[in-house]
Design a protein around this ligand. Structure first.
Ligand code: KG4
Ligand code: ZN
Length: 355
């Protein structure tokens, strides 16, 4: 029975996952109301919120699973990357609990959590078996990365050279005065627009690398918004109610649809080019942006067209959560890793750490 703790950014997560990778409970408390007035996450506020949210979040996870602390056999907490103040809350708590309970402790890399999250189920069943080799695509607010996974070895084969995909969704949404987190709102608005209306650039690397780049697309989208404003189009969507999304100015909806299509097209382009060299058995797609509607449709269609098994993370585990952290610890254990020490450099919170 693994207790997972995730506090790398603004979501406070507590989960209980058993040795078969069954998620018995995964509670996440978001801090939307706290950060919303600032349009983004305020690190100092995030760490304080983790402290005050933890008792409620963990109580609800333990109650849902029908377990108590005595049942916990392994403790896993996110070590990084993320906001150091936020990470410290969950990581210190995890170490203290492991020490107090006399149980093994795993300091988990946040991306490793995302990477294996597509194998989790929402039905209380065991996690799906992880193939010996697969290609992992992690798309979040901080990362856009491709990993080749083979057994316990993991190689980063591409990452973003500038902004992450989720980050540009947030920035474009912020420019339109949408409330934080803007990514899901941009996605919903884009459903109402015509993606053919604006042609936005597809970044490719002159050195032939599969790396991603999203800052050019972001700048171009912002430039179009400015131009539309000069033409008299209202771009402040702050008063837009949920029910009236299709009443947003048509050019803005079209721009968001075109922007989203270009962002997803870059992922498809990299997968296509990967296929020119190698054929993965499976592509597993994860991270907060894997909740994007167009991304899910396009990548599923891509998998069908290419005859490659495409595993999309269940929506419940796309955003940050602790089930994926507990699960990553379980996978490390299956690979023969007996855990981390409770002190030392390798278990310190770190804002940037290689996977
Ligand atoms: O994985 P995650 O919860 O946190 C990080 O590790 O970054 O990802 C959060 C990111 C945010 O940028 C958020 O706007 C974006 O995922 N996101 C989306 C959607 N849902 C969440 N972006 C585009 N479309 C969505 N539906
Ligand atoms: Zn994440």
């Amino acid at each position: 029975m693994i207790l997972g703790i995730e506090t790398s950014c603004d979501d406070t997560g507590c989960a209980l996952v058993d040795g078969g990778g069954r998620v018995l409970a995964s509670a996440v408390s978001r801090q939307l109301a706290v950060h919303r007035p600032f349009g983004g996450v305020v690190p100092e506020l995030a760490s304080r919120e983790h402290l005050s949210n933890w008792p409620t979040v963990s109580a609800s996870a333990f109650a849902e699973a029908g377990l108590s602390l005595d049942d916990v056999e392994v403790v896993a907490a996110t070590r990084g990357p993320g906001l150091v103040g936020s990470l410290l809350v969950g990581l210190s708590l995890g170490k203290a609990l492991a020490y107090g309970l006399g149980r093994p402790f795993y300091a988990v890399h946040h991306l490793e959590g995302h990477l294996y999250s597509p194998f989790l189920t929402t039905t209380g069943e065991a996690a799906a078996p992880i193939p010996e080799r697969f290609l992992g695509l992690v798309v979040s607010g901080g990362h856009t990365s491709l990993f080749e996974v083979e057994g316990s070895s993991l190689e980063t084969i591409a990452e973003t050279r500038d902004d992450a995909m989720g980050e540009v969704f947030d920035k474009v949404g912020k420019r339109l005065a949408l409330p934080y987190p803007q990514g899901p709102l941009v996605d919903r608005l884009a459903e109402h627009g015509d993606a053919e209306r604006f042609s936005l650039p597809l970044a490719t690397m002159s050195d032939g690398s599969l790396d991603f780049s999203y800052s050019g697309l972001k700048s171009e989208a912002l430039r179009v918004i400015e131009r539309l404003e000069r033409e008299g189009v209202a771009s402040d969507l702050s008063a837009l109610e949920d029910a009236e999304q299709d009443e947003a100015p048509r050019p803005i909806l079209d721009l968001l649809a075109s922007f989203r299509a270009a962002a997803v097209a870059q992922l498809v382009d990299r997968l296509d080019r990967y296929l020119e060299e190698k054929r993965p058995e499976m592509v597993a797609v994860s991270g907060g942006v894997a909740a994007n509607r167009l991304l899910r449709r396009e990548l599923a269609a891509w998998g069908d067209a290419k005859g490659i098994e495409l595993r999309l993370v269940p929506l419940a585990y796309a955003g940050d959560n602790a089930a994926m952290i507990a699960h990553a610890a379980l996978i490390r254990q299956r690979h023969g890793d007996s855990g981390d020490p409770l002190s030392g450099d390798e278990v310190e919170a770190a804002s940037r750490i290689p996977i």
